[in-house]
Design a binder for this molecule. Structure first.
Ligand code: DGL
Length: 273
């Protein structure tokens, strides 16, 4: 069978996705919207989250382990649905697997520059992302002339990991981390961690309706769609439930999959080591 033309979405590509935890489900749901008949595999490394508070070597090692699992399960394309892991590990993963396609996520500085009217942009992300060389390079090549206000949101991804995006702890942390951005009069805020779209309503309420939030999940899914269209079909075009593993509590993954995803999933435990 011939490979489909690059412009056609491949309905049967097998796409592996991972994050430090459940945050990458915000990318998975965008992938499902763009590639509804692809086979989707996801690993939540909740037993090792949050990555944003770990050192780089730890995140690189976990990214290797999760990539190996997804490749064993048949992934043809890996989406690193985590800003922190992309910054720390995507380069090493590409070097180690030259035949595999990797799509990473990075804070949406470029779209924010296009959107801002007053030139003041807030970036909410983990400490690990904001401290990375990759982020420094992104800023150096795309943020000339804009005022960036960087907010390392300690604790926020961890609070969202608990599975309740409306908890008192989530609201307290959102209030704490948005206050400096409000004071800086930013008009655009980048959600630079894949966990944050699940609390976007609280971030928006804290910043005010006129502030624009930038989430790159759709752009990442479009990029994956382009690559999937160049791959050999993985099998017959049969819908299968997305397969989700966690190295943390299975009950939490099941809860958030029910709440945050509108498609069928199968949830499984993956040993944490
Ligand atoms: N979801 C991850 C990201 O996009 C990080 C959360 C964590 O600190 O584990 O950066």
């Amino acid at each position: 069978m011939n490979a489909p033309a690059p412009s056609e979405p491949n309905p049967t590509a097998c796409i592996g996705v991972f994050d430090s935890g459940v945050g990458g489900l915000s990318v998975l749901r965008a992938l499902h919207r763009h590639l509804p008949r692809s086979r989707l595999l996801y690993v939540a490394d909740s037993g090792h989250a949050p990555y944003g508070e770990r050192d780089e070597a730890y995140v690189v090692e976990r990214s290797r382990v999760l990539t190996a699992h997804l490749l064993r399960e048949g992934a043809q394309l890996i989406v690193v649905a985590c800003n922190t892991a992309t910054a720390a590990a995507v380069r090493a993963l590409r070097d180690e697997h030259p035949d595999v396609h990797f799509v990473g996520v990075e804070p949406g500085i470029k779209p924010a520059i296009a959107l801002t009217r007053n030139g003041r942009i807030g970036v909410m992300a983990t400490r690990g992302t904001l401290a990375s060389d990759k982020f420094r390079q992104l800023v150096a090549s795309h943020a000339q002339g804009a005022q960036l206000h960087l907010q390392a949101c300690a604790g926020l991804a961890h609070a969202i990991e608990a599975g309740d995006a409306d908890s008192a702890e989530v609201r307290r942390l959102v209030a704490q981390h948005t206050a400096p951005l409000r004071a800086a009069h930013v008009d655009t805020v980048v959600l630079g961690c894949t966990h944050y779209p699940f609390v976007a309503q609280h971030i928006q309420a804290a910043l005010g309706a006129e502030v624009r939030l930038v989430d790159t999940a759709d752009a990442v899914a479009r990029r994956a769609q382009q690559i999937a269209a160049t791959l050999q079909p993985a099998g017959d075009a049969v819908f299968e439930p997305a397969r989700l593993w966690t190295t943390g509590a299975l009950s939490t993954l099941q809860l958030v999959a029910r709440k945050w995803l509108d498609f069928e999933t199968e949830t499984l435990a993956l040993p944490a080591n």
